[in-house]
Write a protein of this length. Sequence first.
Lengths: 207, 462
Amino acid sequence: MRQLVLAVCSLLCALGVGATRADDVDAFTKEHAARIAVGTCGICHGPAGVSKQPKYPLLAGQNANYLAAQLKAFRSQTRGDADAIGYMWGMSATLEDGTIDALSQYYAGQAAGTGRAGDSALVARGREIYQKGIEDVGVPSCATCHGPDAHGLADFPRLAGQHAQYVLKQLGSFQNNMRNVAVMHGVAQGLKVDEMRAVAAYLEAQP
Amino acid sequence: MNSYRARARQLSRFVLLPLLAGLAAPAALAVPSFARQTGMACEACHTVWPELTHFGRVFKANGYVLDNLKQVRGVTAQKEEILSLSNLPPLSIMVQASFTQYATAQPDVTGRTQNGTVAFPQQVGLFYAGKIAPHVGAFLQLTYGYDSGSIGIDNTDIRFADLKVLPGEQTLTYGLSLNNNPTVQDIWNTTPAFGFPYATSKIGSGFGAASKIDGAFAQSVAGLTAYAFWNESLYGELGMYRSAKQGTAGPLSSTTTGGVLAGTAPYWRLAYEHNWGRNTIEGGLYGATFKEFPDFGAGFGQELTGPSDRYQDVAEDVQYQYVGDQHLFSVLGTRIHEKQTLNASINAPATATVPIPANLENDLTTVRAYGTYYYRRKIGATAGFFRTTGSSDAGLYAANSTPKPDTSGWIAEINYVPWLNTKFSVQYTAYSKYNGASDNYDGSGRKAGDNNTLYILAWLSY
C-alpha cells in the first residue's frame, strides 16, 4: 500500500495535479480578486485567509496550485463533500479562470499562522502517524506528500496550522469517498477516528 | 364604572384578544431567494430557518448583497461601475396553512365560537430579498393574511452596508437600515421582530399585554438606523423612528387611528458575540423610548399636540448556539422592561372607548426564553417559557377580573423539515396565567388553561 501511494503521489507530482497553474495575473484581476477575497470569501475565511471559525479552513499561505485546483473542482461540482455542496459550489459558480488564479495567489501570499498548541499526548501520537504512518493497516506517512513540516509539496496542500476540526472533517469525507480523491480515500480507509483526531491535533499545532 | 368594566370585558374578549394575538405573530424571515443569489444552501445562514447562524448574521449585516449570479453590468469610459444587476431577481414566495384548536372554545355573544379553525392560507408572502446594487440590499415582504383578507406591507429592511479591514486584519462592517419595525433589522433571533415563536395562530390567545418595542409599531413606523459590527463580535446601533401609517396619505391628524408617535423615537442596540469552535454566545442590550399621542377611540382620535404617553423600553438578551453537523442546539432569551408614564392617557375623556389608566406610571416586564434542538436539521423540538408581569391598574386592565396584565405559560413545538425550505410544525401553548389570573380572568369564569392552544402548521417557502 505504502509503495502504491508513493508511486501515485510521485506520478501526480510529475504530472501536476492542478492542470492549470496559478500563473501571473494582471493588476486589474489581482485587484478584483483581492476585493472578492476581502468582501466575499473573507466572511468565512477572514480577510487575509485566517478564519476564526474552525468550520472554515485557513487559506493563508496555502499552495496556490492546490487552491486553484480546489476552486475549479467546486466550480465544476466534482468536489462533493457536504460543505463543498452547501457553500462552495455556489460561491465558485461564476469565478473565471483568471480570478481563480488571482485568488489563489492572493491567499498563497498571505502570512500563514503559527499553529495552536493542543493536548501534548494527542499531538505526539499525531506526529508519529504523520511522520511514519501506520504500517499494520497500510496507512503511509503523510509527510511523503505533504512534506516533513506539513508545508505542502508541489501540488499537495499545506496542512500545518490548519484547524483540527476542519482536518478531521476532511479525513472523514475522504474515508466516505465524498471528496472523490482516490489517493486520500485509500490513505484514510485505515484510520480510526481517534487516530484522525491525533493527526488533526498535530497539524493544528504546527507552525 | 361597572358598565365600563362590562364593555371593556366584552371588548377584551371579542376585539382585543384576537388583535393582540395577531400582533404577537411575527412574520417570516427565511427566503430561498437568498440561497439562489448566493448559491449557498439555507444551512449557511440558518440552523433551521428562520434562526440565523453566525454566517447569516454577517450576511444580514453586510446588507444582503453577497452574490454569485451573473450580472448585467454598466461601466463608464473611466471603468467606473454604474450598474451591477443580477440576472435573476431575488423573489420568493411563502405559504402557510394552519389548524388551531383551543382547549375550550372562545365565548361569543350567544355561546361559544366554533372550535377548530382552518386557515388556508394563513399567510401568503411575496418577498424581494437580496441585492439591489453593490452595497445596497433589501428584505421586503408583501403579505396576504386570511384574517385581513387583503395584501399589505409586512416587514421591510432596506440596507446600505460596507466593510473595512482595519490594522491587524480586524473587520468593521458598517451600514444604514431603513426599516418599518423596531428590531426587524437586528441580527440575532432574541429580539421581538424575529424571535420565537416564529409562527403562531392568528386566532390564538397571544401573550397578553406587550411593551411597545415588542411589536406595537410593526409596519406603522419608519426608522433610519446606523450600525457598526466590529470584528464580527461587537455590535452597536443607533436610530430614530417616526410614525409612517399605512392606508392614509397624511398628514397625520386627530382622525388617524391607532396612536401617533410624538416627534421621533430613539432606538439603540449594543451586543457582543463570541465564537469558538462550533459554539456562539451573545449577550446584549436594546431599547427605545416612544412618546405617543394615544388614540382615545372612535369619535375622539388623538390630539397631536400637548401631553403624550412615554414608554421607555430597556431589554437584555442572550443567545447560545451549537451548530454541529448532526446536532444543533440553541438557547435564546430576552427580558424587556417598560416604564410607562401616561401623561396623555390619564387625562382621556371619561367617555373614551379605550381603557383609561388609573395610574400615571406603570411598569411592564416580559421574559421569554426557549431552547431548540435539531437532529441533522430534519427533526427538532423547541420548549419555551413566557411571562409578562406589570403594575396593577384598575383602569388600564379594567377588563380583567384582577386588574393586572400578568400572562405566563409554556410553548412546546415539534418540527419536521423534510427539505430545508419546507417545515411542518405542531405547537402547543399552555397558559398558567392569562390577563392577570389563572381562573376567571375575564369575570365570566374562563380559566387561563381554557386558552391552551394546539396549532398545526405547514410552512413552505420557494
